[in-house]
Design a protein around this ligand. Structure first.
Ligand SMILES: [Fe+2]
Length: 134
């Protein structure tokens, strides 16, 4: 059962951003599947690392869009990205050090974070960018 369910409500209208968001949903669902299946570190390590690096790559894509267009809310939006990046990096470090078992609340947290962030900050950003082109 996936934890992050894609819906048209998450379409921002930027094809690159939307494709990356869908990939993030897929990665969160893979993580969730791994957690509920009780997979060990050998499986979950690469899943978690893959999710962390794709998240960072995706945030960089959005931050480039914001910087290029001199988006006024860049600092606030980037602060949200930086907050999650730090949490994910800390988690990965703990996990790799063997100090952490991955709870199923983690994938739920990530799915919630992602859907809220898309509905709020990302929608606002892409709508603003589109309004600049008119
Ligand atoms: Fe974002």
């Amino acid at each position: 059962m996936p934890i992050a369910i894609w819906s048209p409500a998450y379409i921002t209208g930027d094809a690159t951003v939307d494709a990356q968001h869908q990939k993030l949903f897929q990665l969160v669902n893979e993580l969730h599947h791994g957690i509920v299946s009780g997979h060990g570190k050998d499986v979950m390590g690469p899943v978690l690392r893959g999710l962390a690096s794709y998240t960072i790559e995706h945030f960089a894509t959005e931050e480039r869009l914001m910087a290029t267009a001199s988006y006024p809310n860049l600092p606030r939006h980037k602060a949200k990205h930086d907050g999650l990046t730090k949490q994910v990096k800390d988690l990965l470090r703990e996990f790799e050090a063997g100090n952490l078992a991955l709870p199923s609340t983690l994938s739920k947290f990530l799915a919630d974070w992602l859907t809220h962030h898309i509905r709020e900050e990302d929608m606002e950003l892409i709508h603003w960018l589109q309004a600049q082109k008119k």
